[in-house]
Design a protein around this ligand. Structure first.
Ligand SMILES: Cc1cc2nc3c(=O)[nH]c(=O)nc-3n(C[C@H](O)[C@H](O)[C@H](O)COP(=O)(O)OP(=O)(O)OC[C@H]3O[C@@H](n4cnc5c(N)ncnc54)[C@H](O)[C@@H]3O)c2cc1C
Length: 308
């Protein structure tokens, strides 16, 4: 209960414009570098090379969300394409997460589809995988329509995300597993401030739905990307994998850059494929505040930095 209240409160305060302006002025002094690889692509690529040397894999994430104009979405798409051009020559496992509004979903589905085709085609040409991240609840229908459009156009180098805090997500999972027998799906709890009209307010319900969703995904042939730092959930996934003898190729653990490093190493050392989400870019504020909202200790870390 305390966790849900803290999370709602922090995300609410973070939306308050003077607070946002103050924090953005403070910049990396706040300790942003603990969760974000840097403001440029070079920093992110260096981080991913280091991760690969340690037997992890990376997910490149160009920060920027809730893009609301056509010009903004086209500029973001151009930057994503330039990133893929650069990735082509990097000896890395090539994997990028993209926010649907970066492609234009905040303007129209047609614009997002148009830009997404360009991104997916370029990614396919260089052997890269694209994951459509899930933003807040009003974009779920659009994101799933985008996924369907790209899947039916023949793009196999594609996955998306479902959030266990949304009441609808189990139904969405059923639709996606029926659509794509080789579905790859990232399951997360969900990071945005949502109304109880659409999302479970209590952590135990979010966790219970997470467990139901990963079981459904594995039982229906999907490859599941378990994107959580929750020991209880991870233990349950590991027990399920062992008892149901799930092919390890269908499982990947995904964690955030800078979060629970000992857990990241432990999963790797237990023989799992572990992929780390590596965000970079100037537009770090929304991502950073969501990380603060996930753990009161992270806020204390920032406050200590401010008064040092
Ligand atoms: C690879 C990846 C991709 C994601 N993509 C999306 C997406 O597309 N859309 C979306 O809505 N959300 C996304 N998320 C975020 C997700 O929804 C959760 O907000 C986040 O993962 C925290 O939930 P948890 O499952 O780790 O569980 P929690 O119950 O929040 O945490 C479990 C444990 O991990 C610790 N922990 C969690 N977060 C942090 C942190 N920031 N710092 C330190 N410790 C922490 C907690 O203290 C607790 O001990 C993604 C997460 C990951 C790992």
């Amino acid at each position: 209960m305390f966790e849900s209240l803290y999370r709602q409160l922090l995300l609410g305060v973070a939306d308050f414009a003077p607070m946002a302006a103050f924090m953005k002025r403070q910049g990396f002094k706040l300790g942003v570098g603990r969760f974000i690889a840097g403001e440029d692509l070079d920093s992110a690529l260096t981080a991913i090379h280091t991760l690969e040397q340690q037997n992890f894999r990376g997910i490149l994430d160009l920060l920027g969300e809730f893009v609301a104009s056509e010009a903004g979405a086209n500029a973001m798409t151009a930057e994503i394409l330039a990133t893929l051009d650069r990735l082509e020559h990097e000896p890395l496992d090539k994997y990028m997460s993209v926010k649907p509004t970066q492609l234009g979903l905040g303007v129209s589905l047609d614009l997002a589809l148009h830009n997404a085709h360009k991104v997916l085609a370029r990614a396919r040409a260089i052997g890269a995988h694209i994951c459509l991240d899930m933003e807040s609840a009003e974009y779920v229908d659009g994101t799933l329509a985008l996924y369907r459009g790209l899947y039916t156009a023949g793009f196999g180098n594609l996955s998306t995300v479902l959030q266990s805090y949304l009441y609808r997500s189990m139904d969405d999972l059923k639709v996606l597993t029926a659509l794509n027998p080789a579905l790859t799906i990232r399951i997360v709890k969900g990071a945005y401030r949502e109304s109880p009209k659409v999302a479970y307010p209590k952590k135990e319900d979010v966790d219970a739905n997470y467990r139901a969703m990963f079981r459904y995904a594995f039982a229906h042939g999907a490859c599941a990307n378990i994107a959580s730092h929750d020991d209880g959930i991870i233990n349950d996934v590991e027990s399920y994998l062992a008892t149901q003898k799930v092919d390890p190729a269908r499982v990947e653990f995904q964690l955030l850059y800078g979060v629970r490093l000992s857990l990241q190493k432990a999963l790797r050392d237990r023989g799992h494929r572990v992929r780390i989400y590596v965000p970079y870019g100037h537009d770090w504020y929304g991502y950073f505040t969501r990380r603060l909202a996930e753990r009161p200790a992270n806020l204390m870390f920032v406050l200590r930095g401010l008064f040092r």
